[in-house]
Design a binder for this molecule. Structure first.
Ligand code: ZN
Length: 253
């Protein structure tokens, strides 16, 4: 009898221990999802590039710039801004064509061979290290066999020709627009912040948890302390899961 009671007690004890094992078993904590922001500036160097350069040096975040060769050729001031970009460790330079299609995109893309040559010339002229391109006026993507065409003109053949030569072609997920007359931003910092977070969180980007933002150098010609760009950066970096990255590291996760 005593043996039976001891046996029962033993079984109950094991049960209690196992129960507590279950309770105490540490739960696997889900790691917070990192989200990657790629700030990309088109059409430089131009007036405003010097401000972008100093904001980025002060903020120490990584950005990407898509540059036009004709802006640099024969213009000492722009050549100096280009040098600022080259010397800035947070800025990576990429290819936005040599002529920007002379702003006549129908003509430019109607000759894919000539358009491709224009990008190749720019790559050489600006000594661009990475084979990364943004096509003027086209939200066109060619990344690792994934593609998207969203261009008013037919630029498919040019994009395919660039991809066949090993270039990655980047469009954008969201644009911070600017007024043509003075270059000032159209959307407020608040609006842009909400748009970026909403698009990231709804998964409506070319690659999930990665967002490419299009900006232009001439938008930020105010002292950096009061600049809209600095304010947007400050808002985004408050979120510890936001990481600023350059396009050569796209996509993450
Ligand atoms: Zn452009």
């Amino acid at each position: 009898m005593n043996r039976l009671i001891s046996g029962l007690l033993f079984i109950s004890l094991i049960g209690i221990i196992c129960q507590s094992c279950k309770i105490d078993k540490p739960k696997e904590a889900a790691l917070p999802q990192k989200q990657y922001v790629y700030l990309t500036f088109d059409d430089g160097p131009l007036d405003g590039s010097q401000d972008v350069d100093s904001i980025i040096l002060a903020e120490k975040i990584k950005i990407s710039v898509f540059l036009i060769g004709t802006e640099v050729a024969g213009d000492r001031e722009m050549a100096t801004y280009y040098k600022y970009y080259e010397d800035n460790p947070y800025i990576e330079e990429y290819n936005h064509s040599f002529t920007h299609g002379n702003n006549q995109y129908n003509v430019f893309y109607s000759n894919p061979h000539k358009a491709t040559e224009d990008f190749l010339k720019n790559q050489k002229f600006l000594k661009i290290q990475f084979k990364i391109i943004r096509m003027p006026a086209c939200n066109t993507w060619r990344i690792n066999n994934k593609k998207q065409d969203d261009c008013a003109t037919n630029a498919v053949a040019t994009a395919d020709s660039l991809a066949a030569r090993g270039f990655k072609v980047f469009g954008w997920d969201v644009e911070w627009q600017h007024h043509a007359e003075d270059g000032t931003p159209v959307q407020s910092v608040d609006e842009m912040y909400r748009k970026i977070m909403q698009q990231l969180n709804s998964g409506k980007t070319f690659t999930k948890n990665n967002i490419v933002i299009l900006l232009h150098d001439e938008m930020f010609q105010r002292r950096w302390e009061e600049s809209d760009l600095k304010q947007l950066i400050d808002r985004l970096r408050k979120d510890k899961n936001i990481v600023f990255e350059q396009l050569k590291f796209y996509p993450q996760n």
